[in-house]
Design a protein. Structure first.
Length: 279
């Protein structure tokens, strides 16, 4: 396998509809099996949902809470199916993870009015300073009750490294949003719109205590999602609206021809008036 093959495969996956990304990824791996590991590591897939039977709460599945074939719940900190010696955050980081899940649960409800969110943290960094990484996941699906079906999947991966003095920290955020909407009714017909967008950002922020990380991460994620949401609205919905307005019209052809004729007569009259000499 060459780097060019992988680049072409990733470019192809970016251009295919996100609602069919799992099948497209399987087909691509069947076509070029040697790229299996690289593709699975590079291509973000729509988030899946599982239920924590002990806490009776839903959570999201991804590579960041997986160990083998088991997934860790952010609510109980237990793996399903149960495994021995599964990777879990340190007690200090686990407390921070709990705070993050509660905070983003409120954020999700305020912004999305439903859906599911999950936060997973893991330890990193050396002995000199405190460092960790995390994943903030949000998923909201439309079930068709409002006239459309669709899904919003956002994956935010954050790296945090405190400075030596411990009064500030460096944050690096990589965000990916996958969005698709399907609308089908008699008046407008079928519309299938989807795409994905990735962005990244870095910043230094002050840290007074451990909870300051939640505030700093929350501000970065909120700003990033607003920017991505605005870009998606401009790129996908805005351009689609422009294309539809150019190809379809609610005005009958005869009425439009009549309006064009009136406009031409009006312009001609104004032009003739301007050409008359001033007395």
């Amino acid at each position: 396998m060459t780097d060019q093959q992988l680049d072409c495969a990733l470019d192809l996956m970016r251009r295919l509809p996100p609602q069919g990304i799992e099948k497209n990824l399987e087909d691509l791996i069947d076509l070029v099996p040697v790229m299996c590991e690289d593709l699975l590591a590079s291509v973000d897939q729509p988030l899946k949902i599982a239920k924590d039977s002990r806490m009776n709460k839903d959570y999201l599945l991804c590579d960041y809470n997986r160990d083998g074939d088991s997934y860790r719940s952010p609510w109980s900190n237990e793996y399903d199916p149960p495994i021995e010696d599964g990777s879990v955050p340190s007690p200090k980081l686990r407390n921070l993870e709990k705070e993050a899940n509660c905070a983003f649960d409120v954020y999700r409800e305020q912004y999305f009015e439903g859906g599911i969110s999950s936060c997973y943290f893991w330890d990193m960094g050396g002995e000199a300073s405190f460092g960790f990484a995390g994943a903030i996941l949000i998923k909201k699906t439309g079930d068709g009750r409002k006239g459309f079906k669709g899904s919003w999947d956002s994956i935010h991966v954050i790296e945090v490294q405190e400075k030596t003095a411990g009064r500030s920290a460096h944050y690096k955020l990589i965000s990916t949003v996958m969005l698709w909407i399907v609308n089908n009714n008699e008046k407008s017909g079928t519309m299938d719109l989807g795409g994905s967008l990735s962005r990244q950002a870095e910043k230094d922020a002050p840290v007074t205590d451990l909870s300051s990380h939640i505030v700093n991460i929350g501000q970065m994620v909120e700003k990033m999602e607003n920017n991505i949401r605005s870009t998606l609205d401009t790129i996908y919905f805005g351009r689609t609206r422009d294309i539809v307005n150019e190809t379809r019209s609610i005005v009958a052809l005869q009425d439009k021809a009549r309006m064009d004729s009136v406009n031409k007569e009006l312009f001609k009259a104004l032009d003739d008036k301007n050409k008359k000499p001033v007395q």
